[in-house]
Design a protein around this ligand. Structure first.
Ligand code: PLP
Length: 412
């Protein structure tokens, strides 16, 4: 049965949005069914079809682009876990971010964004908002709250941050930036993908809107691409829903909604194991002579460890590190691994590893990449939930490959 919002987070990951005796259900399913219908039968011709009068909470649906029972169950759970009033599920994190930004700005406006962003978001800001929609964009080092304050002007309509960032794992102070946004009457959004709602809830720290790539931790099994937006601001929610349903027509499909509903049931368990494993790996790497730096907010050496303790409930499962070598060493290291899969993306139960300069952040010009610390020897790890000893043994295999270059027949 549905839980009140005061139930613990772990309880709500399992039960929020589930209702075996939901309107229209006779079987009493304890897991939300996948409603594939694109359209729903109406009781009669005199039905009021205005969107405000079709209420999914009363089991009323009209057309699946507007709302769908499986997606609606997921949206209820996402809102509850993030501590918001409204949630909307999209077909990708990119669509969720784009729709959020578009609902907050118009031509001539200004956006302030962190400079260490998911490369796709950065490209969206530059190539779509700046170059096509005439929205000015200023990228700032958001680890310094003062840089954000310096960049905000009366024309700033939106502030956009990721924390922790991809791939350098830097943090920004969400509460302090929310105060700046309030003083300029500007909306402030946070991409909470890397921490997940389990470890961080930016709305509780004063952000106006949160986006996720549900592709990552919320689904957690690398088998669905999706996104979500959560807010408690009624006007903003209305605008985002309008753009989603009418302006753009982008929503999460019923099967993917079901997958994320199912994935969320183990979010707490997964996140705890991701973090335990990530901490073990971060400590191992920090002591390794072939590593020159480790970026993980859970380490005391992380420059924002105390901020992480303050604004997060844990440190997450993603870290990055610098090999004390060159590009060739990075290649040999990555190619020697057997447990870690060389792949982009993060947040699945399996451990993934990638080389940002050659993979996720390759589209960012080298000079800009290097200015934000994405060097040729930076490696990003999305630590899975496997046994940590197997992951550590695999990393050791990678380090051995650097120390002993592969032998050729001539060496014998
Ligand atoms: N935000 C972050 C932090 C990401 O890492 C990604 C993808 O890697 C996205 C947003 C985009 O999400 P999607 O791939 O679901 O469109």
């Amino acid at each position: 049965m549905e839980q009140e919002d005061h139930a613990a987070f772990e309880t709500r990951t399992v039960t929020e949005g589930e209702d075996p005796f939901r309107v229209g259900s006779e079987a009493g399913d304890v897991a939300t069914p996948i409603h594939l219908a694109s359209t729903f039968a109406l009781p009669g011709l005199d039905t009021d079809l205005s969107l405000e009068n079709v209420d999914p909470d009363r089991g009323e649906f009209l057309y699946s682009r507007l709302s769908n029972p499986t997606r609606h169950a997921l949206e209820k759970r996402l809102a509850s876990l993030e501590g918001g009033e409204h949630a909307m599920a999209f077909s990708s994190g990119t669509a969720a971010i784009f729709t959020t930004m578009l609902s907050c700005v118009e031509p001539g406006d200004h956006i302030v964004a962190g400079d260490d962003l998911y490369a796709g978001t950065r490209r969206m800001l530059e190539s779509v908002f700046r170059d096509r929609l005439d929205v000015a964009v200023t990228f700032v080092d958001a680890t310094e709250t003062a840089s954000v304050e310096d960049a905000v002007t009366d024309e700033t309509a939106f502030i956009w941050m990721e924390t922790p960032t991809n791939p350098r794992m830097t943090l920004c102070d969400v509460r302090a930036i929310a105060n700046i946004a309030d003083s300029y009457d500007t909306s402030f959004g946070v991409d909470n993908t890397f921490a997940s709602s389990y470890f961080q809830r930016p709305l509780e720290l004063g952000a106006d809107v949160v986006a996720h790539s549900t592709t990552k931790y919320l689904n957690g099994h690398s088998d669905s691409v999706g996104g979500a937006v959560i807010t408690s601001d009624d006007d903003l929610a209305e605008e985002i829903a309008f753009l989603q349903q009418v302006g753009i027509g982008d929503m999460l499909a019923p099967f993917d909604s079901y997958l994320v509903l199912r994935g969320l049931k183990t979010l707490s368990l997964r996140m705890r194991q991701h973090e335990t494993n990530a901490m073990a790996i971060a400590e191992y790497l920090e002591d390794h002579e072939a590593v020159s730096a480790v970026h993980y907010p859970g380490l005391e050496s992380h420059p924002q460890h105390s901020l992480a303790r303050r604004q997060m409930d844990g440190f997450g499962g993603i870290l990055s590190f610098e090999l004390a070598g060159d590009l060739e060493d990075a290649k040999r290291f990555l190619e020697a691994l057997e447990e870690f899969t060389l792949a982009v993306s993060v947040g699945g139960v399996e451990s993934l590893i990638e080389h940002p300069a050659a993979m996720t952040h390759e589209p960012v010009p080298r000079q800009e990449r290097e200015a934000i610390g994405i060097t040729d020897t930076l490696i990003r790890v999305s630590v899975g939930v496997e046994a940590p000893e197997d992951l550590l043994a695999d990393l050791e295999r990678g380090f051995e490959a650097i120390q002993k270059p592969t032998t050729t027949a001539d060496d014998d």
